[in-house]
Write a protein that binds this ligand. Structure first.
Ligand SMILES: Nc1ncnc2c1ncn2[C@@H]1O[C@H](COP(=O)(O)OP(=O)(O)OP(=O)(O)O)[C@@H](O)[C@H]1O
Ligand SMILES: Nc1ncnc2c1ncn2[C@@H]1O[C@H](COP(=O)(O)OP(=O)(O)OP(=O)(O)O)[C@@H](O)[C@H]1O
Ligand SMILES: [Mg+2]
Ligand SMILES: [Mg+2]
Lengths: 256, 256
């Protein structure tokens, strides 16, 4: 059975998509079979992996609302060992449509349970909110990975996030835990980043990954070429950090 | 009657809150009476203006769901000429609660219409989504101000935003228009920023403000002191840019 991780933070622009896409690529480069599910109506993960609009006919919306099978909604990516369930245009309306559906929080979990999954990891990229799409990810997942930008507003939302994880664990998914916190766009010279990072480590202890992802323009350039940073420029500091993050994650998983 | 502007972009972390807070402060510094409405459950605008949790008893949730009057939900801020309707803790659940309410998209518009408003400007800070909270802002507003980070993922979401504005104008609010686009966290030395900015100006023409807001660490530091950048460090490049933006906006409004 694969390890299913929801990449969650309701604070916007903290590097959820960038982490989902590049961590998945680094895990695939280590020989792991990885599925990435794009649950964000913006479809940034689908774009970051080079999917044209025409390639997004069956995806997350069809799985959640129409009951399409995961197999039908999955397609290979430009990265070997990596597959994707893309965002489809209707996903923007899914939040409202899910409200009246049966088992509305379990739709993704049920879809993942229906097919024998031949992956080692499933990463779910979430939108910047704690609404029904993100809840579906948290119910389907074994754990949550939290990308965190070391700035004040990003710190503020953490208590809401922890409360939501707690609520989901008590009512909907008893195994859910925060597997780790990844510091993103981290600039060692910035005293603000240092201060916030110290607060985060004091709060989360060793759940915070040693590997911090530096701010690196090559990471921001890669999506315009439809590639993860690791394919765009494997030697840049950003790609190297995601490679280190993947090996740290694998060590952590084996130690479990 | 005040000019009501919704600060909207479903892409996360592009500077919506920072623009709402600092532009409102700069307008207040010009002697305009400004109300800021925090419609984001994260409550970053409330924090950025120094409101403690205890000061947030009546706010956006009570207005939208309980029908509290705007007057009851409004309080002064540390900035002269500026008032706020803060986020209250229950706002996180408002998206789902609004679904079954009568006139669910008009709740904010009705609340603004009920009281004679003694402001020159009302700025509404929105969450990073195009859901019912943001729709309430777009229905209540005269126009939309779009903060935009000049990066590829942020560019991608623009067509969804334009379609939503179009749909709201046709079905819910016939006056709604995009008043302007503000380039945020702009680094003149970054070729990525330059390229994306060129695309944005080609698409939006003179709706794009001349004033671009530079990336400036003092802007990111200010919220941890509970102050807008203009009160934290008026001389920094970020504060100066928001002051220029306010005067450019006033010129544009007078020219209307
Ligand atoms: N380490 C980094 N260095 C430089 N730029 C980065 C880095 N990580 C992410 N970015 C850029 O910052 C922006 C925000 O990142 P991203 O879109 O991944 O965040 P997100 O949390 O998924 O946003 P949203 O909340 O909208 O889903 C993007 O333009 C991305 O390219
Ligand atoms: N010009 C700037 N220079 C440096 N940092 C900035 C600038 N503008 C915003 N920031 C910082 O970038 C982060 C994102 O900005 P902000 O929270 O205002 O965006 P947002 O669009 O409101 O995010 P969300 O989508 O979560 O509501 C914050 O930590 C903020 O302090
Ligand atoms: Mg994203
Ligand atoms: Mg905000």
């Amino acid at each position: 059975q694969p390890r299913i991780m929801a990449v969650v933070n309701q604070k916007g622009g903290v590097g959820k998509t960038t982490t989902a896409v590049n961590l998945a690529t680094a895990l695939a480069a280590c020989g792991k079979k990885v599925l990435i599910i794009d649950l964000d109506p913006q479809g940034n993960a689908s774009t970051g992996l080079g999917l044209e609009a025409a390639q997004r006919e069956t995806g997350a919306y069809e799985v959640l609302i129409d009951g399409a099978s995961l197999k039908d909604a999955t397609q290979p990516t430009i990265v070997p060992n990596m597959w994707i369930v893309p965002t489809t245009p209707d996903l923007a309306g899914a939040e409202i449509e899910l409200i009246d559906l049966d088992r509305r929080e379990y739709r993704l979990k049920d879809a993942l349970a229906a097919d024998p999954l031949l992956y080692d990891f499933v990463l779910i990229d979430c939108p910047p909110s704690l609404s029904l799409l993100t809840l579906n990810a948290m119910v389907a997942a074994d754990c949550v990975l939290v990308p965190l930008q070391c700035e004040f507003y990003a710190l503020e939302g953490l208590s809401q996030l922890i409360k939501t994880v707690e609520r989901v664990r008590q009512n909907l998914n008893p195994v859910l835990e925060i597997q780790g916190v990844v510091l993103t766009m981290y600039d060692k010279r910035s005293s603000l980043n240092e201060q916030v990072a110290a607060d985060v480590r004091a709060y989360f202890g060793d759940k915070v990954y040693e590997t911090a992802i530096p701010r690196n323009v090559r990471i921001a350039e890669a999506p315009s070429y439809g590639k993860p940073a690791l394919l765009y420029d494997i030697r840049c500091a950003g790609s190297q950090a995601y490679i280190h993050l993947a090996s740290e994650l694998l060590r952590r998983e084996q130690g479990q």
